[in-house]
Design a protein around this ligand. Structure first.
Ligand code: SF4
Length: 321
């Protein structure tokens, strides 16, 4: 995960909750992708350290466990860069140019100069990040699937030239809710519509009460359309399906007003946030412990990465020490 600072509920439901489950079933490696952050934020790195810290506090508060998984910082495992360099020797440039997100992102981030080698290379760095651990599976959303396919192609090309070193990883697609922001659009910092994991329960309740509802319901007596209402969606996650089943007909027949419906959600959200907020506060109070944990995780990750690289060097015929 790229360190972009404080995480929001979209991250919690879209990734962290899933990661937490996976660490019970798999040997998991989760890393702070600080080099990836540089692919777009190279010109302004002032907040990078703080962003790493805030993100990892959120990881831990959300239940990621340094015992159950290996949590580390990408740039502290320089083997990722060496493998990336070796891949550069065999991967044709057009493979990178045709990665769908390459053009899309350059369009979306027009204000930045993304004509850099680093930005073009990021899917290949990602392939190195995955293959260096000989990963069997990578938990991703559907939009990230082309990157896993790209990684498989890189593994195949390497194995064809030098003999089989890498397994071809599978995308581990999990149904994760796509949480709308408070204005109904995708939750994103750039839209200013986030509920942050670091928000106090009071702040969360305030944001819930200001949420957009069914845009077609202008007056209290208008019948609502719960299926297009973000508040209704949140009720499914925080109040439960039974409550949702109660709200749906009441909304459609205008028996319940949006103010009351949002007040109910605000209460549920604030209650869920209380526990999380308290855990986060305790973790944030011992910041040196977070860096310690990342250092220990990076040492563990390096052991695996170095073993893979030794195999890679040998397979490629590079001279040993
Ligand atoms: S009553 Fe609830 S579900 Fe219906 S439109 Fe209002 S906020 Fe949405």
């Amino acid at each position: 995960m790229r360190p972009s600072g404080r995480l929001h509920l979209g991250h919690l439901w879209g990734a962290l909750d899933n990661w937490k489950r996976l660490q019970k079933e798999y040997e998991c490696f989760y890393f702070v992708a600080d080099w990836h952050a540089l692919t777009t934020e190279y010109a302004d790195t002032g907040a990078l350290r703080e962003n790493v810290e805030e993100m990892v506090i959120d990881w831990l508060a959300a239940g990621l466990d340094a015992e159950g998984s290996t949590l580390f910082v990408q740039s502290w495992v320089p083997e990722h860069a060496e493998l990336n360099l070796l891949f550069m020797m065999l991967v044709p440039v057009p493979w990178l140019e045709r990665v769908p997100t390459y053009k899309e992102q350059r369009e979306a981030l027009r204000e930045k100069d993304l004509s850099t080698i680093g930005f073009l290379n990021y899917p290949l760095l990602q392939a190195a990040d995955i293959l260096i651990y000989k990963a069997d599976c990578v938990p991703v959303g559907v939009d990230q699937q082309p990157h896993i396919e790209f990684t498989r192609e890189v593994a195949r090309r390497f194995n064809n030239f030098y003999g089989r070193v890498f397994p071809e990883p599978e995308a581990l697609l999990t149904e994760t809710p796509k949480l709308p922001g408070t204005d109904g659009r995708k939750m994103s910092k750039s839209y200013g519509n986030c509920i942050f994991l670091a928000d106090t329960p009071e702040e969360v309740a305030r944001k819930a009460k200001m949420m957009f509802t069914d845009p077609a319901r202008k007056y209290r007596h208008d019948p609502g359309h719960p299926d297009t209402c973000p508040v209704f969606y949140y009720h499914g996650l925080y109040s439960g399906e039974e409550k949702q089943r109660e709200i749906a007909p009441a909304c459609r027949t205008a028996q319940i007003g949006c103010t009351d419906c949002k007040a109910l959600l605000a209460e549920k959200l604030a209650r869920a946030q209380e526990e999380y907020y308290e855990r986060r506060r305790k973790i944030a109070a011992a910041k040196e412990g977070i860096w310690e944990l990342l250092r220990a995780g990076s040492v563990r990750a390096r052991e695996v990465a170095q073993a893979t690289l030794a195999e890679v060097r040998q397979a490629m015929g590079l001279p040993g020490w």
